[in-house]
Structures are given as C-alpha cells and as structure tokens.
Ligand binder design. Structure first.
Ligand code: FES
Ligand code: FES
Length: 162
C-alpha cells in the first residue's frame, strides 16, 4: 500500500497574476493551468513532449508544459494564449493567423501562436526555411503549415512581434 503524497504550496505567476495553489508535487504545468486555473486555451495532445500543442512561454522561452512540473514554474513568468491580448486587442500574431487562415480545427493553434511569438522575439523568422525549422516542434494534424508560415512571415515583415 502506497502512502498518499502530501500536497505542496505552489505560487504560479501566469499572465501577470499570482495564483497560490496547493498541488500534488507530480502535477504538470499543463494540468495546473487547465484544471486548477481554468486556462483551457493550452491544449493537451500527446502528453509526451512530442506535439507542441501544450506550448506556453516560461520567462519568455517556449516550454512544452506537459513535460514541466507546476512546481518547477514557481517564481517564473508563465504566459499562455489567454495572456497575449492587450486591452481587448488580439496580439499581432493572433490577427495574422486569422488573416491567413492558419488553422482548421484550431487544436494546435494556441501552441503554434506561442511558438511563433517566441521565435519572432528571438529573431528567428528570417526566411520560410528558418520559420519551418523553428516551428518544427509544433505539429498540425490539419496540415495548415503553409498558412502558418505565411502568417509568421507577415508579422516578421512588419517588424516582428511586440
Ligand atoms: S501535449 Fe505536450 S507536447 Fe504534446
Ligand atoms: S489546425 Fe487542426 S491540428 Fe492544427
């Protein structure tokens, strides 16, 4: 018989707001975001680090949140798709995805958009090849890749992502 694992106190800073939680220390960041905080924009695909659907930003860097424990994110700045809009206006990458029809079912889209925001900030959207390479961790079952590249290329051409 295994003993119950005591919960731990974890303060998560998500989209600029602190959340004090008590969690099983084995809870992953994606489960804390979706189940404890109700931020269901972050999607779970493979739950094994292989599809990118669960991508969020941690301290501005891309992280597959199914492979990170929530406790590991304590003291760090987590950004989910819900945190990208400003004053009711969509982020330029979100607007470009809409303009370019860069999704079909939309399941992979939050992860795609967060990856795109990060690669634009890193200056890694210099060519279609570079965009494809640095977006290669985000899979799309619907095959929206050409439109995704076009959306990112447009934002890059406009001077990148704020
Ligand atoms: S759900 Fe995390 S990488 Fe697929
Ligand atoms: S839009 Fe359907 S999985 Fe990408």
């Amino acid at each position: 018989m295994s003993l119950p694992i005591p919960e731990v106190a974890v303060t998560l800073r998500v989209n600029g707001a602190d959340h004090e939680l008590r969690l099983d220390p084995r809870v992953t960041l994606i489960d804390a975001l979706r189940d404890a905080l109700g931020l269901t924009g972050t999607k779970k695909g493979c739950d094994q680090g292989a599809c990118g659907a669960c991508t969020v930003l941690v301290d501005g860097k891309r992280v597959v949140s199914c492979l990170m424990l929530a406790a590991q994110a304590e003291g760090r700045e987590v950004t989910t798709v819900e945190g990208l809009s400003r004053d009711g206006a969509l982020h330029p990458v979100q607007e470009a995805f809409i303009r370019h029809d860069a999704f079909q079912c939309g399941y992979c889209t939050p992860g795609q958009i967060l990856s795109a925001v990060c690669l634009l900030a890193e200056g890694r959207a210099g060519s279609d090849e570079e965009i494809r390479e640095f977006m290669s961790g985000n899979l799309c079952r619907c095959g929206a890749y050409p439109n995704i590249v076009a959306a990112i290329r447009e934002v890059a051409g406009a001077g990148g992502s704020p």
